[in-house]
Design a protein. Structure first.
Length: 367
């Protein structure tokens, strides 16, 4: 038997079915004895089995952690599923790698090298693999489509749960699994040309479908409750999308009584039952909505979209609205008493003068 009679696809199927010492010693030996083709086939088998198998295992174990009903395994469920998504992405890079180096696109470091025939080739170096930033960059270069906004929201929620919140509810896990379900399904079908049921197994896929369905119904009820509120300010309507329970970070919030916005409007978390005023989450929500814009403004020397309120010192004074969302106070001084120039938040402690005329007045006093 010679390796040239086997396609690399067939060898992969054999490897998946027969991960035994007999297979490795016999078929592996034959491939190695058949020059370059055998080496390439063995490399593909090794890379393929490692990445896609680990991806499937991570997702399946994460789902098992979730259905266990043991709260101690909820964090494990989150970790495993998010790790599985990254491995699925790496599998795409592996499949796009050239046959002579089937792992080059998943290597963190790539270097030029002179081959035996004198040609300059690019090869992978070391055992470290690409991180998220490199996956994004290489997907962009290779024309691979991913909903990065949705992935970032999953990653951020996972980080907040893991590092800042000790109380992890089943709804937290549902939210991540629901979002992950969409990412996994779309990527398997559109980028890997794989059937999700065949890839992940019927049992695992059924749980993901049920979780997504349950969470989406709860999310719809929450959305309808919040839509009934008169949020009073345009920016607060935009903030609602970023509202999360300060106790468990769930987005499943509802309004029980009042339907008119005020900083004291109470929200109830459907996940953990925590009741809290809107004012408690305004700063975090404002930062989520406008933080990126504020960063760009700072780099370019422009006016930021929000600042610390000169009355309550919360970072919730919205420049476009001309008021603070937390205490609803506006500017104490709107225009300079001497020149009529509009005053900024930073100029509120200058006694009703703009920075220029305040400086001039200080000079006169000093003289």
């Amino acid at each position: 038997m010679r390796c040239r009679f086997f396609s690399s696809k067939l060898l992969f199927l054999m490897a998946g079915a027969c991960e035994s010492s007999f297979f490795r010693q016999n078929v592996g030996a034959v491939c190695r004895s058949n020059s370059a083709f055998g080496l390439i086939a063995i490399s593909y088998i090794k890379a393929d089995m490692t990445i896609i198998r680990n991806a499937i295992d991570s997702i399946q174990i994460g789902v098992e952690d979730y259905v266990s009903e043991d709260p101690r395994r909820y964090l494990s469920a989150v970790r495993n599923v998010t790790a599985g998504i990254l491995l699925v992405y790496k599998e795409k890079l592996r499949r796009l790698s050239p046959p002579n180096d089937p792992e080059i696109f998943i290597k963190k470091h790539v270097i030029p090298k002179v081959s035996d025939d004198g040609a300059v080739v690019i090869v992978g170096k070391g055992k470290s693999t690409v991180d998220i930033a490199q996956i994004k960059e290489r997907f962009d270069q290779l024309g691979v489509s991913v909903n990065w906004k949705q992935f970032e929201s999953i990653k951020q929620l996972r980080n907040e749960i893991e590092h800042y919140y000790t109380r992890l509810t089943k709804d937290n896990v549902r939210e991540i699994l629901s979002s992950s379900f969409v990412l996994i399904r779309d990527f398997l079908v559109e980028e890997l040309n794989e059937d999700p049921v065949d890839t992940l197994g019927e049992e695992c896929w059924k749980v993901l479908l049920e979780v997504a369905d349950v969470y989406q119904r709860e999310e719809e009820n929450s959305r309808k409750s919040l839509e009934d509120v008169d949020w009073k300010y345009q920016v607060v309507e935009e903030l609602v999308e970023h509202f999360r329970c300060p106790n468990c970070q769930s987005a499943l919030l509802r309004v029980e009584v009042d339907n008119d916005y005020s900083p004291g409007l109470e929200l109830t978390c459907s996940s953990c039952g925590h009741i809290f005023p809107v004012s408690e989450i305004l700063e975090d929500s404002v930062d989520e909505l406008l933080g990126g814009e504020a960063f760009v403004a700072a780099k370019e020397g422009c006016e930021p979209p929000y600042e610390a309120c000169p009355q309550c010192w919360s970072n919730t004074f919205i420049i476009a609205e001309g008021l603070c969302l937390k205490c609803e106070s506006g500017l104490l001084y709107e225009a300079c008493a001497l020149c009529g120039e509009g005053l900024t938040v930073d100029e509120q402690d200058l006694g009703g003068l703009c920075s220029y005329h305040h400086y001039q007045m200080e000079k006169i006093r000093d003289e």
